[in-house]
Design a protein around this ligand. Structure first.
Ligand code: NAD
Length: 474
């Protein structure tokens, strides 16, 4: 009976055929593919910027810095270090097994699936791809259906720059992703919400496929930097309202002491005007909400909130002004999480709304953070080294960042990822290469001299004692 192959299954089997041929393994082939990705980005910069403008009203400057530039930096960093990473290393052999030699031989995993969200639709699709190709794998990419211009552009460009099928693109939403997830992959990199992360992990379990889950959550901020108030507030506002707050590592809520709230609100007002003008809507540098569904969700979060900056919105334009709200402390209920009294504190905001919660002290802020899911990032704005240490040592999060937001995501030498509910595994630079490779130990114990005899039956008292003594040395 003839079998029908769907485009999804065909993409996966084509990627597997190429992987099985061995064509992606040589270092020169990996380097060539990284250069092809570099060329795809630089030769089509204008088209990519236009797509990002269509999808998210993302300015060309922001597109260059936070999307194209981040991936180019990742490629250049990887090209610089790949030879060293990929070199087989000597592995240690314990004395009880001497004489023997061991090496650690890195090998690619196979065919990888990369599923991306819509908020940084270029960066979050192609940054993982850098590590995937560097490690010698092939890939199937699934861009987000909610960034349709970028998705269509990537689907058009990829076959041109990867004509041998090392990279395939499957466009679509839930049905296409569900079909993809039914296929067997050798690793899945998923960036998105915890809800869909669970769907991905369940599907991966069917094939025992390992996953890297880059999820989200509420990233908190502690703010008590009175001495450098305006400079710090400007950095906080920039981190929050870039891409209209639709950033996984955007500061989600700010905690400070009650006496500091008025000055912080004033400083944020000045900073927002400084960064995006007195009417952010009129400028080209302020983003829009991705679609009506997200717009309606965000506007509903504002209902009944105490708006102290912004609050204006326009559904037709999907515009929500940079908005700051203050939230009274609610004794007896958790400040943050599904049981909070305030809608803005119940779920990840993922938009341009910044709540300020007044807490009595940095210690109380630590309790708030530890009262719910481990966040993806924690930001501390303080001039006190003691306060910095307090947060570093008494909370757990994907990363801790002092005096600034977001930029750790662009630090190619650092692992990027969450912990607990904010994700599983990490990538970027060497960490991508490591996560997407298998470090295979290759051990050789020559047949002569046959010291293994001492550890084989029939056991003699003396031989056994020698082996045991050597084993105790470790
Ligand atoms: P999402 O989880 O809704 O979607 C992500 C991807 O999953 C999309 O490609 C989508 O098509 C697919 N998908 C959606 N529903 C599915 C289903 N039922 N079955 C299979 N696939 C499905 O996330 P989003 O709305 O695109 O992005 C927002 C979330 O992503 C936020 O929680 C944010 O914090 C998180 N995020 C995390 C990072 C990070 O690096 N850790 C970066 C950006 C966004």
């Amino acid at each position: 009976m003839p079998t029908t192959t769907t485009p999804v299954a065909a993409a996966v089997s084509d990627a597997r055929r190429l992987f099985d041929s061995g064509a992606t393994r040589p270092l020169a082939a990996r380097t060539a593919r990284l250069k092809a990705l570099h060329a795809m980005l630089t030769e089509n910069e204008t088209a990519i910027e236009a797509a990002l403008w269509n999808d998210l009203h993302k300015s060309a400057g922001e597109a260059r810095l936070t999307e194209i530039g981040v991936v180019l930096a990742e490629i250049n960093h990887t090209l610089r270090h790949l030879r060293g990473w990929a070199r087989p290393r000597r592995g240690p052999v314990p004395a009880a097994l001497w004489p023997a030699r061991a090496r650690l031989l890195p090998e690619p995993l196979g065919v990888m699936l990369v599923i991306a969200p819509w908020n940084y639709p270029v960066q979050l699709l192609l940054d993982p791809l850098v590590g995937v190709l560097a490690a010698g794998n092939t890939a199937v990419l699934k861009p987000s259906e909610f960034a349709p211009a970028t998705s269509a552009l990537v689907a058009r460009l990829v076959p041109r720059y990867f004509p041998d099928g090392a990279v395939h693109v499957v466009e679509g939403g839930v049905p296409e992703t569900t079909e993809l997830l039914a296929q067997r992959f050798d690793h899945i990199v998923f960036t998105g919400s915890g809800t869909v992360g669970r769907v991905v992990m369940r599907a991966a379990a069917e094939h025992l496929t390992p996953v890297t889950l880059e999820l989200g959550g509420k990233s908190p901020v502690w703010f008590d930097d009175d001495a450098r108030l305006h400079q710090a507030a400007r950095r906080l506002a920039w981190a929050k309202f870039t891409n209209a707050g639709q950033t996984c590592v955007a500061p989600d809520y700010v905690m400070t002491t009650p006496d500091r709230v008025p000055a912080l609100v004033d400083a944020l007002r000045v900073a927002i005007a400084d960064l995006w003008g007195s009417d952010p809507r009129a400028g080209r540098d302020y983003g829009r909400i991705v679609n009506e569904r997200q717009f309606d969700r965000l506007v509903a979060l504002l209902a009944g909130a105490d708006v102290v900056i912004g609050g204006e919105s326009d559904r037709a334009d999907r515009y929500i002004a940079p908005t700051v709200v203050t939230v009274p402390t609610d004794h007896g209920r958790p400040a943050v999480g599904p049981d909070s009294a305030h809608p803005v504190l119940r779920e990840e905001i993922f938009g341009p709304v910044l709540p300020i919660i007044a807490v009595t002290s940095a210690e109380q802020a630590v309790e708030v953070i530890n009262g719910w899911d481990k966040p993806l990032a924690l930001y501390v704005f303080t001039s006190s080294a003691r306060t910095r240490r307090l947060f570093e040592q008494h909370t757990s999060s994907g990363a801790v960042v002092h005096d600034v937001g977001l930029i750790h995501a662009a630090a190619t030498g650092l692992p990027f990822g969450g912990v607990g509910a904010s994700g599983m595994g990490a990538y970027h630079g060497a960490y991508s290469w490591r996560a997407f490779s298998h470090l295979k130990p290759v051990l050789h114990k020559p047949l002569r001299p046959d010291t293994l005899r001492l550890a084989q039956p029939p056991f003699t008292g003396r031989g056994l004692r020698v082996v045991q003594r050597l084993m105790r040395r470790g």
